[in-house]
Design a protein around this ligand. Sequence first.
Ligand SMILES: [Zn+2]
Length: 89
Amino acid sequence: MSRGAAARCPYCKSPGRIRSSEEVSLLHRDVYFDCTSDRCGHRWKAQLSFVHSIATPVEQGSDVHLPVTPERYRRARRDGEPPPTPVPA
Ligand SMILES: [Zn+2]
């Protein structure tokens, strides 16, 4: 996916333009798109959800426990370090 093109229209493949978005929760957002092709006119709703952290912040809040990328778990195990953050079930 190129920069600036968050999503393409599934009908005509033109870039989609974000019309609005709505926070459902801190980790989930509904995003509303308009197709940029005047000949198409498709509008759609997509979802943006947190999957896992790629790099954890230097100073983490003690009440925040988010999953981290599986590669960090494998690296920590290989290097004999404790896992970075617990992964919720
Ligand atoms: Zn379209």
